[in-house]
Design a binder for this molecule. Structure first.
Ligand code: SAM
Ligand code: SF4
Length: 350
């Protein structure tokens, strides 16, 4: 096995995480995200995806996060996981450098069979997204047209998904199962405490995400951003908290409940940007590589995935992209104007 090259960008940030989007489609339609109803043309096949992961591992990636759209909608998930699992078991294979394979899902399609299959295929962590516990709020946040009953039915499915993940061995106490919630002021800020209550009951770490200005379609405005420190103050009034801090290259600042009720986190991309140690490369389902969530355009890797381009040439293209990277949009927000076109969240994979 060749040694990884550990590429470093212009701001001295190493590549650490590959976020691979499997599909731009979703079975939900959260208005803050606005997924595609059809796939972009030129979807990558499993072989292409494996070549990209292989190259990322050679450049220093230690974590793979599978995302979408809704990744459990993609039938390419399973062959990809099977091949990854075989590679990770061989010490001489670059996939064995992956310390962690994780998946982010809305949880609505997660049943016992899928959770066990994810576990058997070596997925180490599952993050489930849920933005409310009240039927009407869930329906609004998930873009369901049929109202509170549909919201309650979705909640049941997500709770069943959480149970299935537990049963398959995803132990929240080991950080293997977490809950994500986007909090949008005026939309679901009243759900923050009930969500924290639910997460505490389930022993899950809740990660509260500030509403981000990704994409064009969600009509983002700053008034709808609830700053992380406000979320924390609200929680602190119910359950006193102690700050633990944000791990290097992590997105999530963590807090512990002083009463022993576990942990809660905030992902404060708007009010406390974490560009300075960002180590994430995103590749979309159609092979566009983005070095920032807020970029307008990616680099099309499909020409480098042709059969006449060698694996080392592909890795070189990705290395040059990373080496030339200087993005720090969240830190520069307000100083610079975004271009007219920005890639959408469900296309980028969050
Ligand atoms: N469908 C999966 C899910 O919902 O977990 C995976 C894809 S989704 C794009 C990944 C994460 O991005 C989710 O936790 C979602 O809540 C978050 N997200 C989407 N749009 C967002 C926005 N505008 N601001 C903040 N987070 C957002
Ligand atoms: Fe789908 Fe996830 Fe986007 Fe919601 S946040 S629409 S579940 S991709």
């Amino acid at each position: 096995m060749t040694k990884p090259s550990h590429v470093i960008d212009l701001l001295a940030r190493p590549l650490g995480v590959l976020r691979l989007s499997l599909t731009a489609r979703c079975n939900l339609a959260c208005p803050y995200c606005c997924p595609e109803s059809i796939e972009p043309p030129g979807l990558l096949n499993t072989y292409d995806q494996l070549r990209l992961i292989h190259a990322a591992c050679q450049l220093g990636a230690h974590t793979l996060r599978l995302t979408g759209g809704e990744p459990l909608l993609s039938d390419r998930l399973w062959p990809l996981l099977d091949a990854l699992s075989v590679g990770r078991q061989s010490v001489s294979h670059p996939f064995s450098r992956l310390k962690e394979v994780a998946i982010t899902t809305n949880g609505s399609l997660l049943d016992h069979q899928k959770a066990s299959r994810l576990r058997a295929a070596g997925v180490d962590r599952i993050t489930i997204s849920l933005d409310a516990v009240d039927g009407a709020s869930i329906a609004r946040m998930a873009g369901l047209r049929s109202g509170p009953e549909a919201g309650n039915a979705l909640l049941e499915r997500v709770l069943a998904g959480i149970d299935a993940a537990h049963a398959a061995g995803y132990n929240p106490a080991q950080g293997r199962l977490k809950l994500n919630a986007v909090i949008q002021r005026g939309h679901n800020d009243d759900q923050l405490i009930p969500l924290a209550q639910l997460a505490r009951q389930q022993g899950l770490q809740l990660r509260l995400i500030e509403y981000m200005d990704v994409g064009n379609r969600n009509g983002w405005c700053r008034d709808q951003v609830m700053p992380a420190n406000e979320m924390i103050q609200l929680l602190h009034r119910h359950w006193p908290l102690q700050s633990i801090g944000r791990p290097v290259a992590g997105t999530c600042r963590q807090w512990s409940y002083k009463d022993g009720g576990g942990m809660v986190g905030t992902i404060a991309s708007i009010t406390e940007p974490f560009c300075s140690d960002c180590n994430r490369l995103r590749i979309t389902a159609d092979g566009q590589a983005f070095t920032c969530l807020f970029a307008s355009e990616g680099l099309d890797l499909r020409p480098s995935l042709r059969m006449d381009v060698s694996d080392s040439e592909l890795a070189e293209v990705m290395a040059q992209l990373w080496i030339g990277r200087s993005d720090r949009f969240s830190e520069e927000r307000g100083l610079i104007q975004k271009g007219n076109h920005h890639a959408e969240m469900a296309y980028l994979g969050g």
